[in-house]
Ligand binder design. Sequence first.
Ligand code: SF4
Length: 217
Amino acid sequence: MKIEALATLAQELGKCQACHLRQDALAPVGWYGNPNSPLVIVGEGPGGQEDDYGCPLIGPSGQLLDKALWATKMTRDRILTTNIIKCRPKGNRTPSVEEGAFCAKIWLEKELAIIQPKVIVALGSVAMHYLIDPTLKITKQRGLWFKTEDGFDCIATYHPSYLLRLSGHDQVAAKWDVFHDLEAARAKAAAACPNYNFQSDNPIDLFALFAKRQKIN
Ligand code: SF4
């Protein structure tokens, strides 16, 4: 049921031309993973590699996320990852609050309404501001539990792209924060769905699953 509903939504998303961001992207990037997962990770938006392959969090950030997920006994095929915004902003710039809200109201909110996750992980400040509160600071309120407007339990943590910009002790400390936040998210989701299997036997090779999209013009 959820699989069919999300597949229909993905077909509609592929045709979206509702805002100016569409003109600089190859195509919108939807979700990847298991629609029955009690845990959903919401990132910011596609970067260059995500746009190329049509998969959320497949580039360097996604590869770091996969390592963190593996360390917390999760794999990408068993959870679900998606983004606030579906089209890559030109030059990989951070989308504005207005751009994120415009896209999320059309697509992300429908995805979440179908999936009905027990736990949402907001990855980075763009997701935290949309899902929880635009006045929060990721450095202060990550790791705390909030309710989204629609009543989903939500915890924010650092986006892996932020971790990649750090170095030395700061990077190690931030990686541990992400590890503990993901552990907490998994524990809450597992408490709600004790029989759900969050981890496949091996990490998933997303590049093997997604063929690179071709630019038409
Ligand atoms: S960013 Fe969102 S609203 Fe804008 S064209 Fe892409 S999918 Fe549609």
